[in-house]
Design a protein around this ligand. Structure first.
Ligand code: FMN
Length: 514
């Protein structure tokens, strides 16, 4: 089920009883956060909220919490269960080379389905209903100040579109943007993200960085989030960027997915909605944007300009510290008539992002299994803000297997940020945190079973020894084997025998306990 645009999605939310329209006047400065935070913390994440009377923004509507429940996340992706998407991915991964005509014919529906993934460029779209090349001000949009100690107002749900100068491939990433003034905003792509890599590629192409190790250090710092002032000659030139706000839900979600850098999120959105994303060319930059977006910001970032960004009340439940990031200069704003501003807030979990993260956990399981087929299930507890804790069950087959899985996870895309990995045997239900704690507490000899390593950590980690670099921990809570040096007997888990359980089931009512 594909939604044509954000409005179609809002109507679907309304029909499903998943939307609350708020007609009372509320301030985008702090008040929307306080209301949304309370709703997010209510049973099952509460409804999506459409604020129809935003103080100082007559005519603007603000949509928030659109993904903020398990039910809405499934509705957004048009499935009854997220496993349906995981199964579809699995089907594609499971393709064998066809032998003979019959098998080739059987593959035709799959090939036809693949045709739906690719984006389609169209000549016009509603995102161009109003085109403003001169008269615009970013603060004409009801951008929220989320938390009291935020550095200002932040665009929190933007789809940031960039192009790899080497391959020409486009990336869509969700990176918050602090509004500095009418025409500039911070571009908070963390250094390990694809937008930051495109920016570094531009710098390499500009010939500003030689291949020396010192230049590489400087290049990293200059791409933002370096926490050190870059030194030396600053490169000239700029990189074009477009930002879409208020897209249909599959694309908004795709911008968050930690996809491999070479896979375009436009295609992922096409796969999720089973219908191509329609794109239109921008007015002032050589990029394409979703034709039905509510608002599009076109512009560029200079290769020689960084500015302090943050602090910002972040996913972790703490303020992320200020740091240097590139500055986005707006050259043109296009939007629909009476645009709807889509946003979110992050903070102490659970918030809307918790449900997006859980969906990613389910959808990524088959992809993780391509590299690590021994993985049975994975749980990224919301309270640990996803990158801080991953619990994984495995089918253990050889000595040291749990450690191999830890290292495999730390080598896998954005899973590299995982601060703590807990590995349990396949008979442990990782979704049952009580059972996991029982296993970990009972099964480990801490000195033997905890492994430390060093590597990249999430930019939001405020405790690591350095920004972006720190230690990680793996806990091997699997049963230990003699071949791993454990020669004592391993005790059996306590379980009642089935015959006794059945006898007690039969007499249960008579006992009068309930
Ligand atoms: C609401 C929300 C806000 C986010 N803000 C940022 C951000 O400011 N900077 C960042 O690097 N990642 C941010 N992320 C995470 C990225 O969107 C995520 O890592 C994504 O996979 C990046 O895309 P990329 O792999 O194409 O770079 C945010 C995620 C969500 C859900």
């Amino acid at each position: 089920m594909a939604y044509d645009d954000l409005r179609d999605w809002i109507s679907a939310l309304d029909r499903a009883g998943e939307l609350k329209r708020i007609r009372a006047e509320v301030d985008p400065i702090l008040e929307i956060t306080e209301i949304t935070d309370r709703v997010s913390k209510s049973t099952n994440g509460g409804p999506a909220l459409l604020f129809e009377n935003v103080k100082g923004y007559r005519g603007w509507h603000v949509l928030i919490n659109q993904f903020g429940s398990a039910r809405r996340m499934k509705l957004a992706l048009g499935v009854d269960s997220l496993d349906e998407i995981a199964n579809r991915i699995h089907q594609f991964l499971d393709v064998k080379s066809p032998e003979g005509l019959l098998q080739k014919i059987k593959m035709l529906p799959m090939l036809a389905e693949m045709g739906k993934f690719f984006p389609k460029t169209v000549s016009r779209g509603p995102c161009k209903e109003v085109i403003r090349r001169d008269e615009f001000d970013l603060l004409n949009m009801p951008v929220l100040q989320c938390w009291p100690k935020d550095a200002g107002r932040f665009i929190t749900l933007p789809c940031v579109i960039t192009r790899d100068p080497k391959t020409g491939k486009r990336n869509v990433g969700m990176y918050r943007m602090q509004v500095y003034d009418a025409r500039t905003a911070g571009m908070h792509w963390q250094r390990q993200k694809v937008g930051a890599e495109h920016y570094r590629e531009r710098m390499r192409a500009a010939g500003s960085a030689s291949a020396s190790p010192a230049a590489a250090v400087d290049l990293m710092a200059r791409s933002g989030g370096g926490a050190i002032e870059p030194e030396g000659e600053r490169p000239q030139g700029k990189m074009e960027v477009a930002v879409a706000i208020g897209t249909e839900p599959a694309l908004t979600f795709a911008a968050v997915i930690p996809a491999p850098p070479d896979v375009e999120e436009f295609m992922i959105a096409g796969f999720l909605r089973q219908k191509p994303v329609e794109l239109v060319k921008c007015e002032t930059v050589d990029l394409e944007v979703p034709a039905t977006a509510e608002i599009v910001l076109e512009g560029y970032v200079n290769l020689d300009e960084l500015r302090t960004e943050g602090p910002f009340g972040d996913h972790t439940g703490f303020y992320s510290l200020e740091d240097l990031y590139p500055v986005f200069h707006v050259t043109c704003v296009t939007h629909r008539k009476s645009p709807i501003y889509a946003t979110t807030i992050v903070g102490k979990p659970p918030m809307e992002d918790a449900w997006m993260g859980k969906a990613i956990e389910r959808i990524f399981l088959p992809l993780m299994r391509v590299t690590l087929p021994e993985i049975v299930d994975v749980n990224l507890p919301v309270e640990a803000v996803f990158h801080n804790l991953m619990i994984v069950s495995i089918r253990k087959s050889y000595p040291g297997h749990a450690r191999k899985v830890m290292n495999g996870i730390w080598a896998m895309g954005q899973a590299m940020f995982t601060k703590c990995i807990v590995v349990v045997d396949e008979d442990c239900d990782v979704q049952n945190v009580r059972e996991v704690v029982l296993r970990v507490a009972n099964h480990i000899d801490p000195e033997r079973d905890i492994q430390f390593t060093l590597g990249p950590v999430d930019s939001l980690d405020h405790s690591s020894r350095l920004p972006n670099f720190g230690s990680k921990m793996g806990i091997d809570a699997t049963r230990k084997w003699p071949t791993e040096g454990f020669t004592r007997p391993w005790p059996e888990e306590i379980r009642m025998d089935e015959a006794t359980r059945q006898r007690v089931n039969a007499m249960w009512k008579k006992l009068g306990i309930e």
